[in-house]
Ligand binder design. Structure first.
Ligand code: HEC
Ligand code: HEC
Length: 343
């Protein structure tokens, strides 16, 4: 190849590459604009009662973004005012869950949104009437046209809601700063709690970057509940006087009433009373606790967990230390300036 030809090649190549770069920049700006519009649409839909059957219920009612993303009322009322069966988990950091909902019946945020909108016991909406109602709104029509190049659809609605939920990330807790090397952030009680969390075995279930949200577990490890059985596993207990476990057994029994957990999804016996291990990030803000919202105090939740998941009776000092540690998992952003998007 002579010099001229090689030069030509280089010039040609850089022209091609140059135009690719320009084009890429243009697409990414457009994509960015598009994604912020998509998120904004999702935020609006998260607050839009037109998605429900009676046009009164919307996501943010049960997932109050100013109050930890869950429902401080406890068990949320449903379309007809009757209580729901389960306690609303927080939507903050839900994007990191390996499955959505307590029994994992939804795999993705999109699937979860589609389910809750039409579930007659939750929002009780119907896609035909929802898309009709939203299409009567010129602003909604133009948002969908711009973003999806189609009319208003279930696909577009759930995509936008999921995109908004993906922004509901609330990390940046004192614990995160501690892990990043700012060792003075945690005081001695919090450090004792952290130590207990690992040494007792809480972290065998609540593990990973978000202290849970990545596996299913049985809720009565130290009891055999369900089916015809209802016995305490005395054999494995060892560490405690079985009579002291009675009150905790009552709590486990209460947890098992009217809810079989993952068994309801799979129909498999081994999934009876199996639930998703919830993430413990921001748990300080999401009372009441457990899938049935049966416990209002974090201290009680921790004490129950130790008893029926680990067979350990906590002393009040230990329980207080664990609670102090769990509070270090609260995102500073949620404490100072809650995200927009609540009623
Ligand atoms: C009437 C109250 C209520 C409304 C309205 C509601 N939710 Fe929920 N949400 C719940 C309850 C209760 C659960 C737990 C359901 C279960 O486990 O079966 C839940 C679970 C979730 C989860 C799973 C979180 C996790 O950690 O597993 C997400 C995400 C979520 N809702 C988002 C939404 C969105 C988006 C909307 C609106 C389209 C919405 N919710 C409307 C009560 C509500
Ligand atoms: C064997 C697994 C396992 C162990 C060990 C375990 N947990 Fe849990 N934890 C779960 C499951 C499953 C749930 C959800 C139970 C339910 O709602 O019925 C849960 C729920 C919780 C909740 C309530 C969270 C909420 O949002 O409602 C707290 C708090 C908690 N655990 C703390 C702890 C602490 C502290 C320890 C150690 C003393 C611990 N857990 C040990 C599996 C476990």
């Amino acid at each position: 190849m002579n010099l001229y030809k090689s030069l030509q090649l280089v010039v040609g190549l850089s022209l091609v590459l140059g135009s690719i770069t320009v084009e890429a920049e243009m697409t990414s700006t457009t994509a960015l604009e598009k994604s912020s519009e998509l998120i904004e649409l999702g935020r609006k839909l998260f607050n839009d009662p037109r998605l429900s059957g009676n046009q009164k219920i919307f996501c943010a009612q049960c997932h109050n973004l100013k109050l930890g993303g869950a429902d401080p009322r406890g068990i949320s009322p449903t379309v007809d005012g009757k209580p729901l069966r389960r306690n609303a988990p927080t939507v903050y950091n839900a994007v990191f869950n390996f499955r959505q909902t307590w029994d994992g019946h939804a795999r993705t945020l999109k699937e979860q949104a589609a389910g809750v909108i039409t579930n007659p016991l939750e929002m009780g909406g119907e896609w035909d009437s929802i898309t009709q109602r939203l299409s009567d709104d010129p602003e909604m029509r133009s948002s969908f046209q711009k973003l999806f190049k189609t009319g208003i659809s279930k696909e577009g609605i759930t995509t936008a809601i999921a995109a908004f939920e993906e922004t509901l990330v609330a990390l940046d807790s004192p614990y995160d700063r501690y892990i990043a090397g700012d060792l003075g952030v945690l005081d001695q009680t919090e450090l004792n709690g952290l130590e207990l969390f690992h040494s007792l075995g809480c972290s065998s279930c609540h593990n990973g970057a978000h202290f849970g949200g990545n596996q299913f577990q049985h809720i009565a490890i130290f009891y055999q509940l369900g089916g015809d059985q209802d016995t305490t596993k005395v054999g494995t207990a060892g560490q405690f006087d079985i009579s002291q476990m009675e009150p905790h057994k009552a709590h486990v029994l209460a947890l098992s009433v009217g809810d079989q957990g993952r068994f309801e999804v799979t129909g498999e016996e081994r999934d009876r009373l199996v639930f998703k291990v919830p993430s413990l990030r921001n748990v300080e803000l999401t009372a009441p606790y457990f899938h049935n919202g049966s416990v209002t105090e974090l201290e009680t939740a921790v004490t129950e967990m130790a008893a029926h998941q680990l067979g350990v009776l906590l002393s009040p000092v230990q329980a207080a230390a664990l609670v102090a540690f769990l509070k270090t998992l609260t995102s500073t952003s949620l404490k100072i300036e809650p995200l927009e998007g609540s009623p």
